[in-house]
Ligand binder design. Sequence first.
Ligand SMILES: Nc1ncnc2[nH]cnc12
Ligand SMILES: [Zn+2]
Length: 340
Amino acid sequence: MTDPLLKAEIHCHIEGAAPVSLALAQAEMYRVDISKIVKDGRYVWSDFSEFLLCYDAVASLFRTEADYALLTETYLTELAAANTIYSEIIVSPDHGDRIGLGADAYLAGICDGIHAAREKVGIETRIIVTGERHFGPERVIAAAEYAARAGNSLITGFNMAGDERMGKVADYARAFDIARDAGLGLTIHAGEVCDASSVQDALDLVRPSRIGHGVRSIENQAVVERLVEHSTVLEVCPGSNIALSIYADFGHHPLRDLMAAGVRVCLNSDDPPFFRTSLAQEYETAAAVMGFSEDEINGMTRTAIEAAFVDEETRSRLLARLQEASGASAETGDEPAKQV
Ligand SMILES: Nc1ncnc2[nH]cnc12
Ligand SMILES: [Zn+2]
């Protein structure tokens, strides 16, 4: 039973976190017919390309600063209710521009949601700006430039999401150089849809401290060894991988083998309602289906916090909270302290 465990998440796309109920309410407000992408209370899509289209259709239902504040506060409140003490959300200012809201208003809404959630439920949150690979290198570079000059203390990382099959990592390396020079933490989607060579390219050309997914590294021992050697953290999203048919089922998922090989891993939800999951569900699946012990799961939470793009004072505070809660539950068998 993982409900009482403290949790942390460093890989969730904000538009991908929109509950179906909220998408339906937004669609009604803007008089948009979403019956093709929502059926029986679920988002519907059939493969990775269709998932990205469905994702964009849901994202298009959030159009104002207030919409983004509501979406962000809603998701963070849900996380906190599951005892999540830290969250990094992946956001796309380029998307804000594309829908005509503008990157500044898009970010302002998200920051309002973060502040409101922090006030209400105490959850600590940081923002990772992402560029989307399938829109091409220029847009990804522009996203990095935006993140670098934003001067927003909540923006602490840079990522590249989108269709991993498009272009070469080398085409996007400049974006990561810009983000690195600005002092942002680096992570990149790789080894999710594409094989271990995609992770190899990311390690060579981006030199990130973390990789989004990275699970297909397991297909190449040399890549696994590099991850271990550099202590690169994999932001693993098992439910996403199963939903997108990267693996047939949890029994075939490489999380256990990656951990056994010494790779640093943590649990994440990616786009939870699209994959019929939640962070709480990912923790529960890790325990009940994948057979991870409470100590191993707390270890993954610790890894997420150790790898977080956050100042050292906040990291120490979060680690102390986790230590206190997991130490206390190990010693007494009592439930760890709930979030205040
Ligand atoms: N799982 C995923 N992979 C790549 N890009 C994404 N954008 C949102 N979810 C994604
Ligand atoms: Zn992702």
